[in-house]
Design a protein around this ligand. Structure first.
Ligand SMILES: [Zn+2]
Length: 403
């Protein structure tokens, strides 16, 4: 049932006491009319009887859905860190509710998100993993915190494929939407089932968020030897695309651009120095799968492209494992990377202005376009559903006409 509690607060505006009854437990199966007020946050706002200011009362709160069998405990903490301690009351309920998913959250947005996840009939652990993968790409670090990305809903795209849609925030500012195909979720959900058994995460009060991912056991065992060999070439390409090529380009532009006009020799040159940097023996077959192209994009703009060999498809389980349990960075260990498909350079001849970008593997079905600047700074420029040479030339073309 739903219950109210008497809460003593004071108005943040006039400081006068604003005591009142607050919802401490809401059972949306019995009181469906309260669900919307939870989602909008209205349920935790109060109005000062003296000055009529509306304000948020930060009080613990329990959200109970009997039909879908989950309870979420909102435990506001000063620091925003999760340190919820289950009371005896909660522990007792946990024992009684062995078929329930019981979750702690520390912010109202996390509460809303959990409701959205469970109402979409998804498991929260694999959803957190998807967030980890998307966030690592967007923020360039896997440690972006618990309140940067929230699951929003399932959507069906134009082709009929189902996607999970997320909202990304930087601080409190909305940044962008991010999407991941349902198939990626399903792969992760199966992996979690294998790892933890099915059903898992029932009947115990747990926190499932970004921080908890780092404390969970390894999702998959370390990459196999064969996989490590596949990763070797991807790492050579990655090193060329994000380190060697941009560094040389910005320090020695003329010499660097010249390598693109040498046909096979130029491509071979980049492969060679990539292997040196990664301490790998060059392999003839791999060498032949590098290509260079150059041409004119606009009256004043030339383009130069390096094509990398097609990387093996990203193993999403292995990649997640790598992000949450990274091995110390050593050059002779080939960890999974989001490998590049193409590097592209635009050179404006009148003032020698340079633009450098890489189209590389992304999470889900789309390729990610990144720029690398003179000081090695990377930025995500956008996403592309395709990663063919034609698609990449099209992208460069739109840049050239915009430059
Ligand atoms: Zn007041």
């Amino acid at each position: 049932m739903s219950m109210q509690e008497h809460v003593a607060t004071s108005c943040p505006q006039c400081n006068k006491p604003a005591h009142g009854d607050r919802w401490a437990t809401v059972n949306v199966t019995l009181n469906p009319e309260l669900r919307e007020d939870v989602l909008t946050g209205k349920i935790r706002t109060a109005q000062c009887p003296f000055c009529a200011t509306r304000f948020v009362v930060n009080h613990h709160f329990l959200y109970h859905d009997m039909e879908r069998r989950f309870i979420i405990s909102y435990q506001p903490t000063e620091s925003g860190r999760s340190q919820p301690i289950p009371s005896a009351h909660l522990a007792l309920m946990g024992a009684l509710l062995s078929h329930y998913r019981l979750r702690f959250v520390t912010s109202w947005n996390q509460l809303r998100e959990k409701i959205a996840i469970f109402e979409a009939l998804l498991q929260d652990y694999p959803v957190e993993v998807i967030k980890l993968l998307l966030g690592s790409e967007i923020f360039d670090t896997p440690k972006f915190g618990n309140d940067a990305i929230y699951f929003l809903e399932r959507q069906t795209d134009a082709s009929g494929a189902i996607e999970l849609v997320f909202q990304v925030f930087e601080g409190k500012k909305y940044l962008t939407d991010a999407r991941s195909p349902l198939v990626a979720y399903q792969t992760l959900a199966r992996g979690a089932e294998k790892q933890f058994g099915s059903p898992h995460g029932l009947g115990e009060w747990i926190t499932v968020n970004q921080a908890s991912l780092y404390n969970s056991p390894n999702f998959v065992s370390r990459a196999s030897k064969q996989r490590a060999q596949q990763n070797a070439l991807a790492n050579v390409c990655y090193t060329i695309a994000y380190k060697l090529l941009p560094k040389r380009l910005y320090s020695e532009p003329q010499k660097t651009l010249l390598t693109f006009t040498l046909k096979g020799e130029g491509a071979s040159f980049w492969y060679e120095i990539g292997c040196q940097a990664r301490r790998r023996q060059p392999i003839e077959e791999d060498r032949r799968s590098f290509n260079t192209f150059y041409g004119r994009m606009a009256t004043d703009v030339d383009s130069y492209i390096l094509e990398y060999p097609s990387p093996p498809p990203l193993n999403i389980l292995e990649f997640q494992d790598h992000l949450t349990h990274p091995v110390p960075s050593r050059v002779d260990i080939d960890t999974p990377v989001l490998a590049p498909y193409f590097s592209g350079i635009l050179h404006r001849k009148s003032d020698h202005h340079l633009r450098y970008c890489v189209l590389g593997q992304g999470i889900g079905n789309r390729a990610t376009l990144r720029s690398v600047g003179p000081n090695g700074q990377e930025a995500v420029l956008g996403f592309s559903p395709e990663h063919s040479l034609d698609a990449f030339v099209g992208i460069l073309h739109s840049f050239a006409s915009g430059t």
